[in-house]
Design a protein around this ligand. Structure first.
Ligand SMILES: NC(=O)c1ccc[n+]([C@@H]2O[C@H](COP(=O)([O-])OP(=O)(O)OC[C@H]3O[C@@H](n4cnc5c(N)ncnc54)[C@H](OP(=O)(O)O)[C@@H]3O)[C@@H](O)[C@H]2O)c1
Length: 282
């Protein structure tokens, strides 16, 4: 399937995976709605094809503003063919060191915000009898990993919601639902992560720096979406193995992640800096 002329709404389009998706869809001739908070960054992406882009800035957790934004997005071309709930934020802190406010923010941004947007768009797609909803979860949405207890919780939750609505709308109304599961992709995600006190972490870590090139991740995501794939893993090596072990041999997976937890606990006791190990290279 080609995305030429399709209307595609991407949240978190101002950087990283969302920006790379926008570039890839534009290259196929799609019309793209770009959302995120940083207007100038969204405009920078839109400048590549101004006639086929609409910048629609938002703070994804400002739920009161969403109905007007959804109406605006829909009226631009009279439809939205594909919504990609990509905007998100991660965490780098052990549960022992994490404020409750951090858990609340992760649930808001990574779970409730995509749910709220999807909830508003879904009736329009159902009335039209066509549409495609997608969410960027994570390998961490299937596998509990140290330093990301709140992120894992939110990314697991979002899979549950989208799997459930797929069951409700796929055959009944012809709406496709895709859940995307990236492993480490080279973006600013770890730098933008929340620390345990809610501050921005401000530096990256080796697994993200050595992660998959963002353009390759986008290319693979587009290939899966074009086939209306229900679940799209974008992972290699140990991260792909972790997804497989979660189903086939969870005990082995839990033993592996506990070893990483013990390594981090020892570092914490010694006052060292807590970076996740680069499991892609193991
Ligand atoms: N990179 C990875 O290794 C990886 C792996 C698995 C899953 N993911 C997921 O992929 C998605 C994209 O992440 P990325 O790696 O591309 O990181 P990124 O470069 O930090 O991009 C995050 C995007 O989300 C937007 N965003 C964050 N909070 C927002 C809010 N409250 N309201 C509106 N927009 C918001 C940001 O835009 P503004 O700052 O302009 O608002 C930005 O465009 C996330 O859902 C992430 O969890 C990434």
């Amino acid at each position: 399937m080609s995305f030429a002329e399709k209307v595609i709404w991407i949240t978190g389009a101002s950087s990283g995976i969302g920006e790379a998706l926008a570039v890839a869809f534009l290259a196929q001739g799609a019309q793209v709605i770009l959302s995120g908070r940083r207007v100038e960054e969204l405009q920078r992406v839109a400048d590549q094809a101004p006639q086929r882009c609409r910048v629609l800035p938002f703070e994804s957790t400002d739920y009161d503003a969403l109905p007007a934004i959804v109406a605006d997005a829909w009226s631009w071309r009279g439809q939205v063919d594909l919504l990609i709930n990509n905007a998100g934020i991660t965490q780098r802190s052990l549960a022992l060191d994490t404020d409750f406010a951090v858990y609340r923010r992760l649930i808001e941004v990574d779970y409730l915000a995509p749910l709220a947007l999807t909830q508003l768009l879904l009736p329009k797609m159902v009335a039209r009898g066509a549409g495609h909803l997608a969410v960027i979860s994570s390998v961490a949405g299937k596998v509990g990993t140290p330093l990301r207890s709140g992120y894992c919780g939110a990314k697991h939750a979002v899979i549950g919601y989208f799997d459930a609505i797929r069951a409700e709308v796929e055959q009944a109304y012809g709406i496709h639902v895709s859940v995307i599961l990236p492993g480490s992709v080279h973006t600013a995600i770890a730098t933008n992560a929340l620390a345990g006190d809610g501050s921005r972490r401000g530096h990256s870590d080796p697994n993200i720096e050595n992660g998959m090139a963002v353009a390759l991740a986008a290319e693979r995501i587009l290939a899966g979406l074009a086939e209306h794939q229900r679940e799209i893993p974008i992972a290699e090596g140990m991260e792909l193995l972790a997804l497989q072990l979660r189903v086939g041999n969870p005990e082995q997976l839990f033993a592996f992640t506990a070893k990483e937890g013990a390594r981090l606990a020892a570092l914490r006791a010694a006052g060292g800096s807590l970076d996740p190990s680069d499991i892609r290279s193991q």
